[in-house]
Design a binder for this molecule. Structure first.
Ligand code: GLN
Length: 305
């Protein structure tokens, strides 16, 4: 497997030239577009890594399935579904026009910014600091890495420049979908996007989603299998935004991308995959990361379809 991963990286490295690193969050523009790393956790917990697998990057939108998970754990499916729907939008992650329908809860998807911002309000906690601290604890637990922390430079960079997310949040407030103070909610969302991880962390998180909520290394059932099914289903239709259809055809597994350059891919009952390559396509997905997953999917017959 280590050889296979090295071969995949070598074969797909040229695609890092097809994209550019995100710059709308100025701090992300400092990433090295040539970085490329992969990690796979499989076979009852063995892990295999290649390239820049230990390099840190911010989790960005890969936090969205975990925000959804914590909202489900804290408030249950009914309350979550009442606030944020599950239909694919086919729109970019920062879209204002979530669907061609009216701005209603059912037309917001949990994998686009507006949906994730709204879901922060459903996390239990007396303050948004407490909500975020509970979210960070869940990420640390799933990644089995108590060291995970917020990258303060990225957090400040996004908070300073995040006017589009601020506008999205005020739209949600204007339409009565959220009630709390917008700055407090966004602080939780920006902090969440700014958690530093590496490919190994993402692979371990993916492995929990792949194993129906169970950490099969420790034997602990972290969450109910019905939530793994919920989140994996949403990821298939929406995890790669308006690139989700093509990704379903070419790779065929639930996955989530982030503008930090990460992709978390979940192969149900088989493996968790984490990738880092920060040169992004025009949909905000890692160019070489997608190619590496395509190649791995063909080689190991990973598609669930
Ligand atoms: N923090 C980013 C934002 O809100 C997340 C977007 C992404 O990773 N696609 O714009």
């Amino acid at each position: 497997m280590n050889n296979l991963l090295n071969n995949v990286l070598n074969k797909c490295r040229e695609y890092t030239k097809n994209g550019t690193v995100a710059s709308y969050i100025p701090e992300l523009a400092k990433s090295n577009p040539e970085d490329f790393g992969i990690c796979v956790v499989a076979d009852g917990g063995s892990f295999y890594c290649a390239g820049d697998f230990s390099k840190s990057f911010t989790i960005q939108s890969i936090i969205k399935p975990i925000i959804l998970l914590l909202a489900l754990l804290d408030k249950g499916e009914e309350k979550v579904r009442a606030l944020v729907g599950v239909e694919a939008t086919g729109k970019p992650f920062d879209a204002f026009n979530y669907s061609d329908q009216a701005l209603k809860c059912e037309n917001i998807n949990p994998m686009i910014n507006a949906g994730a911002i709204a879901l922060c309000t459903l996390i239990n906690g007396d303050s948004y600091e407490e909500k975020f601290s509970r979210l960070l604890s869940l990420v640390r637990k799933m990644a089995d890495n108590p060291q995970l922390e917020v990258n303060q430079d990225v957090y400040i960079s996004e908070k300073t420049t995040g006017n589009k997310n601020r506008a999205l949040a005020y739209m949600l407030k204007a339409y009565g979908m959220i009630g709390d103070n917008v700055d407090d909610i966004l602080d939780c969302y920006f902090s969440a996007c700014s958690i530093n991880v590496n490919s190994f962390d993402l692979a371990k998180i993916a492995f929990i989603f792949a194993n129906k909520g169970k950490n099969i290394i420790t034997g602990e059932q972290i969450f109910d299998e019905k939530y793994a099914r919920y989140i994996n289903a949403v990821l298939v239709t929406s995890g790669m935004y308006d690139g989700s259809g093509e990704f379903a055809l070419d790779v065929g597994v639930p996955a989530k991308s982030g503008v930090g350059g990460g992709i978390m891919a979940i192969v149900p009952n088989r493996m968790g995959i984490g990738i880092y390559s920060p040169a992004l396509d025009n949909k905000g997905n890692s160019c070489a990361g997608i190619k590496a997953l395509e190649s791995l999917s063909k080689e190991l017959e990973l598609s669930i379809f």
